[in-house]
Each structure stands twice: as structure tokens, then as C-alpha cells.
Design a binder for this molecule. Structure first.
Ligand SMILES: [Zn+2]
Length: 396
């Protein structure tokens, strides 16, 4: 357990590095890195690889199909495992720090939204989601090294390249590391300007409903047609009634519909995309079953249902709460009051939580305006957030 004096020493060191943190954040934000531009993501990955090496990490870039590389940095363990690890982790030897390099902003966004610091806010594309988190992780490790504090676990950091587009490439890599880990710390932005951690995230599902009908002249022989748009409309009304109140936290929204070709042709085809959020995995199984069971109202129409739950929920289990309590205590030593929060949005933490590995999310920057022109991170919180992360890395 890091005592008050250790935590304050770390914090003091990091306060002295605030300027350097902001400067590095500027460089990382200036290397724009949209998920769909592998070459751009590779540039930021290579730059950060250099920064990790400077801080004593063993670094490699893991190729990801169709995406930029995944950055992996490892800090070997130098002392025996902690009692925390032995008690709670079934012998897992490492702690995993998780983040992503990609952003939702295309290259060139900087022209409209340049990196700048004003009134204590660092603004620019991807500042809080989540380049501040990436920078804080680097400085957390730097502080431990500078102060000769040796973590109880081997530390592995993974920065994936496709989190903003579903993590198809990142998922197998991060899941393999999570299986070897006693805890996962996710450097996604915190909730609100109080910097609450995220101890519950909803799981996410995506479904597609395709209706195949039959085209006919809408005026001359409508009886020969099977109207796919009408059928889809009936299905949407059914979907709205599908979720009982008792399934607390389960939401279903039809967010995209399309169908038909022109007004005098009975629509042959229609489709809908459905967003589903779940608070519990059991609700995921239930909704998948219900979706598969949909039957056409007009027997002549054909229904095709695709998709399913693609991110399990991060549930607020006893082990997650215990991890949060530990963070709360460390924050307390710095005079910070740490809250926990729940969100409907998913992150890569959902995958690691889905494997049953205790996952604490929202450890990154404190800010707002994610995925919007006003995105910002509060500069003065960067040292204390990095100190909190350093404390966790030291003691887990
Ligand atoms: Zn993010």
C-alpha cells in the first residue's frame, strides 16, 4: 500500500512536470490519428514508442489488419508480488493499462480546431478522448521510475488503433493480455468535471432487420405486391413493445431505416438498424433470443435478422467496487474526493470486464466535449490524475 507520503511525493514530482505533460499532449494531438487512416495512426504510435522507450519500457508495435499498429509497452517487475495481487487475482502476474491511439477526427481537422491552451483548458481533436490519458500514463510511469518506486506487478500497456470503430482488430490482442492480468486500468476520459471514475458501462448490441417483400405496380396490380416498408413498420411497433420495464437498463432504439425505390412501386426491400444497450449480460442473451424470434406479420414477407451483442457490459461487481475503493483511498491521500459513475457508452474496458477481470475505467483526462469541436481537457487535473494512476500501478 502506498502511504500518504509516497502518494504526495509522486504528486509533487508530477506537478513539476505539468508543463512537460501539456507540451507532449500538444505533440500527440498534432499527430492526427483517425481510426480509418492506418498511416496516420502509425505515425503517432511510432512517436509514442520513442517516449515509452525513454521511460524504460520494452516496446513493440503489433500489426493490426487494415488498421494502424497497436502499441504495447512493458515494464518488468522488480520486486515480489503484493499481497493485493496474491489475495485477489488468482496468481495473475501483471496489471494492464489500456488506451487507444485513434480518434474520430479526420486528418486536417487541426486547421479548424488547432491545439491550444486557454483558460486552463487544452483544446483540440482527441485531447480528452483520449490523448490526455495516453500522456498521463507515460508520466505516471516516469514518476515511478524517477522516484525509484517499484510496482508490485509487471506492467503492460496497450494502446489500440480501432477503439472508435468497434475494436475488431484490438479486441483479440487486448483480451489475450487481460487474461494474464489481475486488474485492468482504462485511461478513457472520466465522467464530468469532477473526474468520476467509471465502474459500470452498458453493453452494446447492434442488429439489422432486413425485410424482403415483392415489387409490383402500386396502381395496376397492388395485390401482387408484398410491401416491405409496411412490414418493417409493423416490426418496429413490435420492437417498441418488446422490452418490459422489469429489464432495467435495457434500451432498444431503431436509429436507421431505409426502404423502397419509388412511389409507384411497392417496396420490395426495407431495412432497419437497431441499437441495443444492456446493463447485464443475461439481458443480452434475452434480447438476442427475442430478435431471432421475430416473425413476419404478412406471411409472404421474409425477415432476416442479423447482429447481436458486440460489447458485454462492464458490471459493477464486488471486485470492481473493491478496486474502486482502493483507488478512492489513494486519491484521498492526495486530498482528492473520487466518485464513481455509470455510463451507457462502451469502451474496450467492456471486453476485459466481460472476461471477469476487474476493470476500472475513466482514469484518463478530466474534460468534456468529446467527439465535438469543443473537445477539451483540464490541464490542472493532469498531474493528479497521473499520480492516481501511478499509485494504482505501484500497489496493485
Ligand atoms: Zn475513447
Amino acid at each position: 500500500m502506498a502511504n500518504r507520503e509516497t502518494m504526495r511525493k509522486i504528486h509533487r514530482y508530477l506537478r513539476g512536470r505539468q508543463g512537460a505533460m501539456v507540451e507532449l499532449l500538444g505533440k500527440v494531438v498534432t499527430l492526427e490519428s483517425p481510426s480509418d487512416n492506418p498511416a496516420a495512426v502509425e505515425r503517432v504510435a511510432r512517436f509514442l514508442a520513442g517516449e515509452w522507450k525513454k521511460r524504460g519500457a520494452k516496446v513493440n508495435l503489433i500489426p493490426a489488419k487494415g488498421r494502424g499498429p497497436i502499441l504495447r509497452a512493458e515494464i518488468p517487475r522488480k520486486r515480489p508480488p503484493s499481497s493485493y495481487g496474491l489475495r485477489r487475482a488468482g496468481g495473475a502476474q501483471q496489471v494492464l493499462g489500456l488506451g487507444h491511439l485513434d480518434t474520430v477526427y479526420s486528418v486536417g481537422t487541426l486547421k479548424r480546431m488547432p491545439f491550444k491552451v486557454s483558460s486552463g483548458r487544452a483544446l483540440g481533436p482527441g485531447t480528452v478522448d483520449m490523448k490526455a490519458g495516453v500522456v498521463q500514463a507515460l508520466f505516471a510511469v516516469e514518476a515511478l521510475r524517477a522516484l525509484r518506486l517499484h510496482p508490485a506487478a509487471k506492467l503492460v500497456f496497450l494502446f489500440t488503433s480501432d477503439e472508435e470503430v468497434g475494436s475488431a482488430a484490438g479486441r483479440p490482442v487486448l483480451e489475450a493480455e487481460a487474461r494474464k492480468s489481475r486488474a485492468v486500468l482504462v485511461m478513457e476520459p472520466s465522467t464530468g468535471l469532477q473526474g468520476a471514475l467509471k465502474t459500470a458501462r452498458k453493453g452494446v448490441g447492434e442488429f439489422e432487420i432486413i425485410v424482403e417483400g415483392r415489387a409490383a405496380h402500386a396502381g395496376v396490380e397492388p395485390e401482387k405486391g408484398v410491401n416491405a416498408v409496411h412490414e418493417l413498420a409493423e416490426q418496429i411497433v413490435r420492437l417498441k413493445k418488446l422490452v418490459p420495464r422489469s429489464r432495467d437498463g435495457l434500451t432498444l432504439n431503431v436509429d436507421v431505416v431505409e426502404g423502397g425505390t419509388r412511389t409507384n412501386v411497392i417496396a420490395e426491400r426495407a431495412r432497419a438498424q437497431v441499437d441495443v444497450r444492456i446493463a447485464r449480460m443475461t439481458d443480452g442473451k434475452w434480447i438476442e433470443r427475442q430478435m431471432r424470434r421475430l416473425k413476419p406479420v404478412d406471411k409472404r414477407a421474409k425477415l432476416i435478422v442479423r447482429g447481436g451483442i458486440n460489447r458485454p457490459p462492464l458490471e459493477r461487481t464486488a471486485r470492481v467496487v473493491s478496486l474502486f475503493r482502493h483507488a478512492e483511498k489513494l486519491a484521498g491521500e492526495l486530498g482528492m474526493k473520487l466518485e464513481q459513475s455509470a455510463t451507457g457508452g462502451g469502451s474496450d474496458g467492456n471486453f476485459t470486464a466481460g472476461l471477469g477481470v476487474p476493470t476500472l475505467d475513466g482514469l484518463g483526462g478530466v474534460g468534456g466535449g468529446m467527439h465535438s469541436p469543443g473537445e477539451f481537457v483540464l490541464v490542472r487535473h493532469m498531474p493528479e490524475r497521473a499520480a492516481l494512476l501511478a499509485g494504482l500501478l505501484l500497489t496493485l
